[in-house]
Design a protein around this ligand. Sequence first.
Ligand SMILES: *Cc1c(COP(=O)(O)O)cnc(C)c1O
Length: 410
Amino acid sequence: MEFQTKLIHGNWQGDDKTGATNVPIYYSNAFAHHTAKELENIFAGRDAGYVYSRIANPSVDVFEKRVAAIEGGIAAIATASGMSAIYLALMNIVKPGDEVISSSGVFGGTYNLLKNLQDYHIQVKFLESLDADTLNTEVSDKTKVVFAETIGNPKLDVLDIEAVSKVCQEKNIILIVDATMTTPYLIKPIAYGADLVIHSTSKYINGNSNAIGGIIVDGGSKKYSDEKYRGFEKYAKRFGRFAFAAKLRQEIGKDIGAVMAPMNSFFNLVGIETLALRMKAHCGNAMEVAKYLSQHPKVTEVNYPLLETSQYYETAKKYYSKGCSALITCRLGSKQNAYDFIDHLKLIANLVNIGDAQTLVVHPASTICINNTAEEKLQMGVYEDLVRISVGIEDAKDILEDIERALQCL
Ligand SMILES: *Cc1c(COP(=O)(O)O)cnc(C)c1O
């Protein structure tokens, strides 16, 4: 199946029993079986089946398989939020004494999660520029994970996935890529060597901002069978390339229970059908807004990787032929200007979210990054006069008019 067809039909072709065209929402905590032996077989992993919705649920299962199919992964695990997806993916791999290397341009919540791992004796190194050369000098024998976003939110730095994954391959390090910003419509990181892909489905995948959720997609890396990843040994023996997903489901996933609710998985399945159409519209509008902002005298700097003025233009052009998503940041000269701009917008909502059909704006320094030090903010590319715009899919003319009106008030 082609991409758009998979979004609608991937891994589920209607309910045989009733003919329902949408995935039934199974709101059942537990699933009964006829015999004690049947239940034992499922627990022992000899048979497939459902037992309890903290472990697996048939509605969520369809969403997981659909995302795995569109990402080119072999398995996926849906979670209660993007943050829990990141936490579970990391904690399924690392142990005290291990080291994680991350780009410093990652989402504020992720930055703090990583920083707090140090309390559990997991060392975290943030790199201002996560490229192959820097990585080569920074990795050590203890490095188990490299974490990066396809395009950093809100730094908008563009990851050269191929180059970074090559280093990870050579050094036997797991590469986790958060692709929330770009979605599989724009890029499929597994095809470029990522081992795991993460999404906050709350954003573009859901598309309508009606359900918090996350997902981990497993590319089926062979690294887990290596001695370095001893914790996976028994799963690698039994489940082969499915070792990561099997360990997560049987250990930390089950222990923490941060599962996606069946209703949220339904919302996501409805949303994902229009992912390609929406991303195309988001990217088209974002390019128009970025161009408009870059010629505006009140705007001192505009960041959008597909603008020729961007330092990431070459990398963006290499990976993002269909557009580079719809986040734009711009600097307005002072914090007061940033606030005045936000306060004078009428159509565009001031809130902390991205990837909605509506256009959104936020002042990252006083919101998402409020608890970060001045030095951390600099590393994250967050300045006092910076605003972030998540361009929606309204008519571009209306978005531009709203921005123009607000800029005139500065
Ligand atoms: C929003 C976001 C997250 C966190 O996801 P939640 O669903 O809000 O928990 C992680 N990474 C990126 C890039 C995000 O934009």
